[in-house]
Write a protein that binds this ligand. Structure first.
Ligand code: CP3
Length: 347
């Protein structure tokens, strides 16, 4: 039994005494104690692959702030790494692959990783974090969506225009579908292994869903994430976050997830009006608002809470990950404001 089950209850739209709060990238470079551990590990990927250190950094934000959830410290690119693409991080440039996908035979040759083997370090981290948390708050597991993983695998890293991956989609749609099907199998097995190892909520990050046209979003992204939602082995709450997906909320609400993550560009009031009580909503303060002075951060928190309005079904979060140079004290202002001002919206 969880000692703090606010997140679970809010995602199930059951009554809560206040709005739960956590933050995307809550364990990360804005925390000096994180930078210390990363230095000890050598680099980011080594940190992800060391269950003891991954556990240590997962716990860091919980020791500092009154967050209502822990999120597994890892990365969405562990799956392509386990498929043999050779992930590495170049300082200032983000993730890169030594062996990006270039041909149809690259796609055919992709292995389906066994989560307890090639991704065993993630499952070990989940078991250790789960034990260390001792039911204090729920642990969130996650994966990238098949489309978002395909973006990195075909582009070979981050991209401005997604020329290569969209080129593949338009020139050889069947091949694109083959790649997405393989990734769907891998993501489903990975999330189910995380559930077996102890995560209590799962979240699918579709960071690049928003670069697709409406028709293609349905066909090349939502089709697959929806299949994943239906194939989760246990009925634990699940969340789909599609950056730039505000226009498709109605179809996302029917995809089989319990909650939808919203970026900061959609008003949470209109989102709620559109999805009704079909799903919970998570978000959506602009991450840049954390650069504002404390009084303004408080106001922004109040505005998001007020926009969502009365009743359960809201999980407070940023609309995307926190940036590395944010003042850690400003995070405290945000978290405390949610604790202070959200009670009035619940009975
Ligand atoms: O939210 C959390 O605290 C959990 C950990 C987490 C990380 N990445 C840690 C991380 C999660 C959930 C992710 C997901 C992830 N990774 C996404 C989807 C969410 C999103 O941000 O849209 C994506 C697209 C990635 C791929 C990735 N990994 C990128 C683009 C980068 C940034 C590169 C850079 O230099 O800024 C990473 C690295 C990364 N992942 C860091 C962290 C803490 C920074 C690594 C470091 O230098 O210490």
């Amino acid at each position: 039994m969880l000692k703090n089950d606010l997140l679970i209850r809010a995602l199930q739209r059951q009554p809560v005494a206040r709005t739960p709060v956590w933050m995307m990238r809550q364990a990360g470079r804005y925390l000096p104690e994180y930078r210390k551990v990363r230095e000890k590990a050598g680099d980011f990927l080594s940190l992800c692959m060391n269950p003891e250190l991954a556990c240590e950094v997962t716990m860091q934000p919980l020791d500092r702030y009154r967050f209502d959830a822990a999120i597994l410290f890892s990365d969405i690119l562990t799956i392509p790494h386990a498929m043999g693409l050779g992930l590495h991080f170049v300082e200032g440039e983000g993730p890169k692959f030594h062996h990006p996908i270039k041909t149809s035979s690259d796609i055919k040759a992709l292995p389906t990783p066994d989560p307890e083997q090639e991704l065993g370090y993630v499952c070990d981290a989940v078991r250790l974090i789960h034990k260390t948390l001792d039911s204090r708050v729920p642990l969130i597991g996650f994966s990238g969506s098949p489309w978002t993983l395909a973006c990195y695998m075909v582009e070979g890293g981050s991209s401005k225009d997604f020329r290569k991956v969209k080129g593949l989609l338009y020139e050889q749609p069947q091949l694109m579908e083959q790649l997405l099907s393989k990734l769907t199998t891998a993501v489903t097995a990975y999330l189910n292994a995380q559930i077996a190892a102890g995560v209590e909520v799962v979240m699918v990050f579709d960071t690049w869903g928003g670069v697709l046209s409406s028709e293609d979003y349905q066909k090349f992204s939502l089709n697959y994430t929806s299949q994943i939602a239906h194939d989760l082995r246990q009925d634990i709450p699940s969340v789909l976050f599609t950056k730039g997906g505000g226009q498709w909320l109605e179809s996302m609400a029917d995809a089989g997830f319990d909650g939808l993550g919203l970026d900061w560009t959609t008003s949470i009031a209109s989102a709620r009006a559109r999805v009704g009580d079909r799903v919970a909503l998570q978000g959506n303060m602009d991450p840049m608002a954390l650069y504002a002075p404390p009084e303004l951060i408080e106001q922004r928190v109040q505005r998001v809470l007020q926009e969502f309005g009365e009743g359960s079904g809201h999980v407070f979060n940023l609309g995307h990950g926190i940036l590395p140079d944010v003042n850690p004290q400003h995070v405290e202002v945000m978290v405390e404001a949610v604790h202070k001002y959200s009670r009035q919206y619940h009975c």
